[in-house]
Design a protein around this ligand. Structure first.
Ligand code: BGC
Length: 382
């Protein structure tokens, strides 16, 4: 009896090993890597293609950690690339829209390019009128990241690392950043951001993908139906800096608590919409709980049936309707990107937090570990 039990145990053990082994081998299938041109100082840029078992593909380049393409199916199973971008490095080197890029150290704006930390005043570049936007002139979107294929049981995964030296773009502390893009078999593009510092600093990382669920370059996004799980937003001044108030969305064009077309109220006579030239504001997410993923937004595009859900650990999301796109960018496959041809849902801490003690803190101290996750999940409705 004992022997038989041992034999069964040994058999089970060996089959477990075989199945774990083959499963891992399947998950660990190598990502495709291709050259993608050069940076302005001649360094080679690579394009990694993550693919899942449903045929969904995400292309990430090592310059700016940019999501270059994202191909997902519609209700009929037809694939389209649903993010805006460029066919080559020339476009990205001239880009002013941050298509698909990783944003840091500080996503969104810092008023007058100035903030206080530990009793000291820090100045960061004013690259957006009198304010600092998306980490300054040479933000993380323009850096070359080191890439490693770290595929796991969850699917294809690409790890990108970058060390931002103390003082870079005016920010104190050497910041070591790691971003992992995972394409899961549930059609999710998961982005895990982590960072550590050797001196007190501020951090607010995000991704700046512009989506068009009908396909990139396929018209404006005004018919996309948006639900935002947020009951308040942060109204802004003329420079798009929050005035400090968390205002209720109730009875305003900022109420997306039930699905509403992005374009339904965008042209209303509303001071905040005028300041943003459309939607370009931060919403306060109701379900936010530190360290937990919560549903922030859902978008449905009626023609294709594509649905995008955004889950995040962040307290806020910047909903931006591509108000500054003006048709001058030469997009992928010869497409022109006119105003409102893409929307962004940039998960984040609130803009200008270092100057607003009442906002959730963006301070990172030595010994602390910055970690935040955002998931862009795709599906279809018939
Ligand atoms: C900002 C917009 C800006 C865009 C591209 C968004 O995050 O809120 O005002 O035009 O990024 O730079």
């Amino acid at each position: 009896m004992k022997l038989r039990a041992l034999a069964i145990a040994a058999f089970l053990f060996s089959t477990t090993l075989v199945s774990v082994g083959s499963g891992a081998a399947e998950a660990k299938s190598k990502m495709n890597v291709q050259p993608f041109g050069k940076t302005s100082d001649g360094q080679p840029v690579e394009l990694y293609t993550l693919k899942n078992k449903n045929g969904v593909e995400a292309g990430i380049i090592t310059y700016g950690g940019i999501v270059n393409f994202l191909k997902v199916p519609d209700h009929a199973g037809k694939f389209a690339d649903v993010v805006l971008g460029y066919d080559g490095m020339d476009g990205y080197l001239q880009d002013k829209s941050y298509f698909g890029a990783l944003i840091g150290r500080y996503g969104n704006r810092i008023a007058k390019g100035e903030y206080k930390l530990g009793g000291k005043t820090y100045n960061v570049p004013k690259n957006n009128g009198e304010n600092s936007l998306h980490g300054g002139i040479h933000g993380f979107n323009s850096k070359l990241w080191t890439a490693h294929d770290v595929a796991g049981s969850d699917g294809h995964a690409l790890e990108l690392t970058y060390v931002s030296k103390a003082g870079e773009e005016g920010y104190p502390g050497t910041l070591s950043v790691k971003v992992v893009y995972t394409l899961t078999n549930s059609n999710e593009l998961k982005i895990d951001y982590s960072a550590t510092t050797d001196a007190e600093t501020v951090v607010n990382l995000t991704n700046h993908s512009y989506f068009n669920l009908a396909g990139q370059g396929e018209g404006d996004i005004l018919q996309h139906q948006l639900t935002l799980h947020a009951d308040r937003y942060t109204p802004v001044d003329a420079g798009l800096i929050p005035i400090g108030e968390l205002a209720s969305v109730k009875g305003t064009p900022f109420d997306f608590q039930t699905a509403t077309a992005m374009g339904a109220r965008i042209a209303q006579d509303n001071d905040q919409l005028k300041l943003g030239k459309g939607y370009d504001h931060n919403w306060v997410l109701v379900a936010h709980e530190k360290g937990k993923l919560a549903l922030a937004a859902e978008v449905y595009e009626p023609r294709s049936g594509r649905v995008l859900q955004v889950l995040t650990m962040e307290p806020g999301v910047q909903f931006y309707t591509g108000n500054f796109l003006d048709g001058t960018a030469h997009g992928k496959a010869g497409k022109v990107y006119n105003q409102r041809y893409g929307f962004c849902l940039e998960t984040q801490h609130f803009p200008d937090s270092p100057n607003h003690p009442n906002f959730p803190s963006t301070v990172l101290k030595p010994g602390q570990h910055y970690h935040t996750t955002t998931v862009y999940k795709f599906s279809v409705k018939p």
